[in-house]
Ligand binder design. Sequence first.
Ligand SMILES: [Zn+2]
Length: 482
Amino acid sequence: MSREGVTPQSEDFSAWYNEVVVRAQLVDRGPVRGTMVIRPYGYRIWELLQGDLDAKIKDAGHENACFPMFIPESYLKREAEHVEGFSPELAVVTHAGGKELEEPLVVRPTSETVIGEYMAKWIDSHRDLPLLLNQWANVVRWEMRPRMFLRTTEFLWQEGHTAHVDEDDAMRETLWALDAYEKVARDLAAMPVVPGEKTPGERFAGAERTYTIEGMMRDGRALQAGTSHYLGTNFAKAFEIDYQDADGDLVLAHTTSWGMSTRMIGGVIMTHGDDKGLVLPPRLAPYQVVIVPLGRKEQAETTAAKAHEVAAELKAAGVRVHVDDKRPQLTPGFKFNDWEMRGVPLRLELGMRDIDNGVVTLARRLPTEEGQGKETIPFGEVAARIPGLLEDFQAFLLRRAEEFRDSHTRAVDSWDDFAAQVSQGWALALHCGRTACEDDIKAETAATPRCIPAAGEADSGVCVRCGEPSAYGKRVIFGKSY
Ligand SMILES: [Zn+2]
């Protein structure tokens, strides 16, 4: 491990990201191009997010199941748009058991088709609806330009799949999932995401309506952090998901699907990180507090013993805490930098002088309104004060990200302003709604419509690009994205 820091964000944001994910010990590159090994420190972040989201999913009446990862190729072909959208990314198994297969198998890129097949089997009457399923799984989408967490050939996610009696009920479900994602992003990841609907050109392959939460990263780009789709009766038709209604008539069900993935970890890194490395929101931090005992030899034994005492009190108070006493060869300065690189929200330093004074020294990962430099906390107050300080830090990160997003978002009405704005953040612009016009904007600026924000104010006029009358009755967020 070198002592040097990472490439500054301002110099090369992408290099900064690639260095931080490795230096913070979140991931290692997998042996197959585009795959990643999620290391324990990175996986713990996923588990914390997963625990919260899984509880929300279950509280709302969904049940977890697990479907096979191999899907007969013919299933995907049953929904024309779906297969067209996914074809370039599919990994297909043609040989197994030492011979060529009669029918190629697709490694699931998503599971609408295989789950649709079984929904059709399990649903007979309106009493079987709604059917509310979720699965936690890995999926494979072959990536030509991979990036750890953001675009990897294999990634982890949950995918919700539900079937309903009609459009109203299915739309309620679609928006429920969107709201759950917004809460996870805001409350756990301290990401102030914007919920909204995708324009037709950006819809999921096979969906009638696609909703998204979009977060702004510290380079001004957008990250789609979770999506929820109303699939209409498209998959119901393809897989014969129908039911007998109260009058005994056979009716097609309306289905939804929604997913949030390990991409969220990339979002956390790019929403909060800085030139010293990762900055983790306390609710997703594997270690919320690290205690670094100082001194050599006998002094080290004394400070380490006291550090474990403090750690036990913090643990009893529900804090995830780690004592860094296993690396005597490293200097305190090195350890401080290392924990800053790994994004630990609060660090406690404990030297002989602190022990004599009956205190620990607190250092925050970032200066906040509540505290700029180091400060001391008496031993007797540590367990009572730290949980509050963690909450303060969590709230500070959300505020800071909100301020960043708002100061990098602007309503624009001319093409020149639009092009300038999307080079550093988000543009709120009126748009005609034509996919050809979106393509033109993308070709000129690399920006795409991120969403029609749910909370956007009513507005209309002419398209910022082509001058045709605007669509949607409000402004659309445009930005470059991951
Ligand atoms: Zn236009």
